[in-house]
Design a protein around this ligand. Structure first.
Ligand code: SF4
Length: 334
């Protein structure tokens, strides 16, 4: 069997596990190539206009996979990957949206991944799927359990200072460029599929490194400390990614080695419209919100990154420049 895995959405977090799972079953895994312009354009045309940019990009990946003669496409219905927490509701409807809008779509493996109440729900789902495809449930359960080790490996690689995209390449045995010298440390927040897709992030990490800044992402930090920082909010954030981002932001805000924080979001993202505001209001360090969509250009992002880095260097050199607040205090007193 040949199964296609699109290089979009939670690919950047769970691809090693998913690939290991299918390989453990003896299936071949093929992926779509890294996002490129014509692929994104095809996705934009195929998706509903209300969808956020990463979902439109996913459509492009699915269209490319549909031409690769795969027996199946793995597109799980992600509801929850940890207890009492949820993924953005858009993920739940993606298999149905794809079926409704892509006529030449190969059959989907749309396992419902929902461990919000009980992890055994996932095993029941795997059992049902095993029977449908004629595999022994015990073998499929074991293949899944064994595959979870790949996620742990990925997390360990990230904690050595790599982004998820780099960690996947290292996991696959591919070379990754060594970062050069830097005099700034910048926290970078965002969803894994926004931050790690070179086309969507408009080369954010490369640009920061070229400008002499070391980016720090959530995955590079101790997850326990991230959770503890997020728990200081008066109400628990029930979105897995949103909670991770707020915890990361609060942790970076207390870290003296971090000069500033950038939040990369996509136009049309519902959860980010709330999380970005919560984070922005709690940050004491220089903070920049970058919003991208299909109309964004790399030049605009570079200009803003340069200005952000210049501002932090000037602040450090002069030691007096305030974070000119649009709310008045600094605006009118200097
Ligand atoms: S969290 Fe935002 S960017 Fe991600 S799928 Fe949902 S709406 Fe789109």
């Amino acid at each position: 069997m040949r199964v296609g895995i699109p290089r979009g959405l939670f690919y950047y977090h769970l691809f090693p596990q998913w690939k290991s799972f299918f390989n453990n079953l003896g299936w071949e895994v093929v992926t779509s190539p890294p996002t490129h312009k014509s692929m994104a354009n095809a996705g934009i045309l195929a998706a509903v206009s209300e969808a956020c940019f990463p979902v439109k990009v996913l459509y492009g990946h699915i269209l490319e996979l549909a031409e690769k003669e795969v027996d199946w496409i793995f597109m799980p219905r992600l509801v929850s990957i940890e207890k009492r927490s949820y993924i953005c509701p858009k993920f739940m409807g993606i298999p149905d949206m794809l079926r409704a809008q892509i006529p030449q779509l190969p059959p989907l493996i749309d396992l419902c991944i929902d461990v919000s109440r009980d992890e055994r729900d996932l095993f029941r789902e795997l059992d049902n799927w095993s029977r449908k495809v004629g595999l022994k449930p015990g073998r499929v359960r074991k293949a899944w359990t064994d595959s979870t080790r790949a996620t742990l490996t990925l997390e360990t690689i990230c904690r050595q200072g790599h982004t998820l995209d780099e960690a996947i390449r290292i996991w696959e045995g591919k070379p990754v460029a060594r970062p050069g010298r830097s005099d700034l440390t910048i926290g970078v927040l965002g969803h894994c599929y926004t931050l790690n897709d070179r086309f969507v992030n408009l080369g954010l990490f490369e640009r920061l490194r070229e400008m002499g800044a070391t980016p720090v992402t959530s995955e590079m930090l101790n997850p326990l400390k991230v959770e503890q920082a997020a728990a200081t909010l008066p109400k628990r954030v029930f979105w897995t990614v949103g909670r991770k981002m707020v915890g990361t932001a609060l942790l970076l805000d207390q870290d003296e080695s971090v000069d500033g924080v950038i939040y990369l979001t996509c136009f049309g993202c519902g959860p980010d419209s709330m999380m970005a505001k919560i984070i922005e209001r709690r940050m004491n360090k220089p903070f920049m919100l970058l919003t991208v969509d299909e109309h964004s250009g790399e030049a605009g992002v570079v200009t803003r990154l340069e200005a952000f880095c210049d501002m932090m260097r000037r602040q450090r050199r002069l030691g007096v420049e305030n974070n000119l607040s649009p709310y008045g205090e600094f605006l009118y007193s200097h």
